[in-house]
Design a binder for this molecule. Sequence first.
Ligand code: ADP
Ligand code: MG
Length: 233
Amino acid sequence: MEEKINENKKMNIKDNVILSIQNASYRYSDATSDEYAIKDISYDFEKGKIYAIRGRSGSGKTTLLSLISGLERCTEGTILFDGKDLKDINLDTYRNSQIGIVFQSYNLLPYMTASENIILSMDASGQKIENKKQKAIELMESVGLKSDYADRRVLRLSGGEQQRVAIARSLSYNPKMIVADEPTGNLDKQTESEILEIFKKLAHEEGKCVIIVTHSPNVCEIVDEIYDLKKVK
Ligand code: ADP
Ligand code: MG
């Protein structure tokens, strides 16, 4: 613990910062010489807070999310997760076991049941989890899904229910950070509010860092901080 604090001091990171983006830039390999998708971004994300990343189409939201979630590495600058440089860690392990990811289109396996989807993610995390089915049901209940839904195929759930399963799945290995790409983009207003309540609770009551990429004014209204992404030139 003390070692960790010293390490953080050395790198100039506050203790509650879980993700630190420092002068990050990214250029796609097929871009013309000076065309950056994102340029010189610096921002700290803290535990216990919920954030929105907002920006017009083409401002680099998806690119930034790919960097945060370890799908791409920044071409310049540094991203530190829990004090560790993403350049130095295995990004597959990072994605499968350190952060939870929620997509606009849920990305569940439709022919599998809700609990099977969650258990699959527990298995991929490589963490030793006891009583997986029971744990999956508890996670489903924590996001407002009755236990009867555990054995139902995803295909037979509504959009809002599928997104709840996707959130439960993202929590299956208890990550400190959850990133979500337009998670309410396909949902009606009432369902959006219910899903946002879940994210808010995860940040404020469970101490997670929640980052939501969004266009929705409803999302921006309930978050603690908004990061406005500006288009490069
Ligand atoms: P947003 O999600 O905010 O709409 P993106 O991150 O998708 O923005 O895109 C940011 C910039 O990067 C845009 O100028 C876009 O044209 C460019 N870009 C996105 N994906 C690619 C790609 N695969 N190859 C080259 N350029 C890309
Ligand atoms: Mg996008």
